[in-house]
Ligand binder design. Sequence first.
Ligand code: A2P
Length: 279
Amino acid sequence: MDNFTLINGVVIPAVGFGTYLTSERDDGTVAAALEAGYRHFDTASFYGTEQALGDALQSSHVPRSELFLTSKLWKTEMGYDGALAAFERSLQKLHTDYLDLYLIHWPRTDDLSAEWRQLDHDTWRALEDLYRAGRVRAIGVSNFLPHHLRNLMESADIMPMVNQIEFHPGYPQTYTVEFCRKNNILPEAWSPLGRQRVLQDARLAEIAANYHKSVAQLCVRFALQCGVLPLPKSSSPERMAANLDVFDFCISDEDMDRILTLPQFGWSGLHPDYPKADS
Ligand code: A2P
């Protein structure tokens, strides 16, 4: 499998396995993902999947050094002390003494009227200290738009290396992706398949057929060709494998343009600055 390399030289397997909504208990999903070839796992304290992931990885006996583990601190864990405590809880559940990547999950708390600028600065300072102490190999954010990133970068000593955002055909967030690219921040895609909302789309089906691939595979490949690291989820071993089988074709420039210029559809309704919208 190909890799992405972060600005600090850390190498990440180019397709990761998302664990949101997988079982809170070890139900064999992680073992199946390992079997399919995944070594990069994405979790978060909010998902409730850290323990199951940690247990499954521990019993797999895959060496820790071959795994790439990302977790995120939740909105209620922000602030300097909150972030440090959240990090320790994540390590414990994941049965590890370091993370490969640690992210601030959202730039703002649920109370959208609360002051978020200072909170982000304080939280980021904790991540910088964890990074300097060698507890985490890379640090970044999630669901940050350019104005949230600019605010963070104003006070940061270490720039964010990753920004994980919703990204799929119908919602490619080109403005944010371009901002990340210019600032050496690797964008990652949560819901690269639009959580099935885009998989039935006839326009995407027509394009996928050109390459004898499924729409899901087209979506994963689309992210890669946009320079965005996809984190697809699946509960089925066949679909886990299919989502990794995307390195034997290349979407043409013309088809990339068609996908990138589709009118918005399949959005989750989640936005960092607004209450959840009906999607
Ligand atoms: P399943 O678990 O039954 O495979 P996203 O990663 O965008 O959040 O999307 C996850 C959803 O997409 C899950 O419901 C998953 O269902 C489905 N899915 C994952 N891979 C594929 C695939 N290759 N083909 C069709 N559906 C898929």
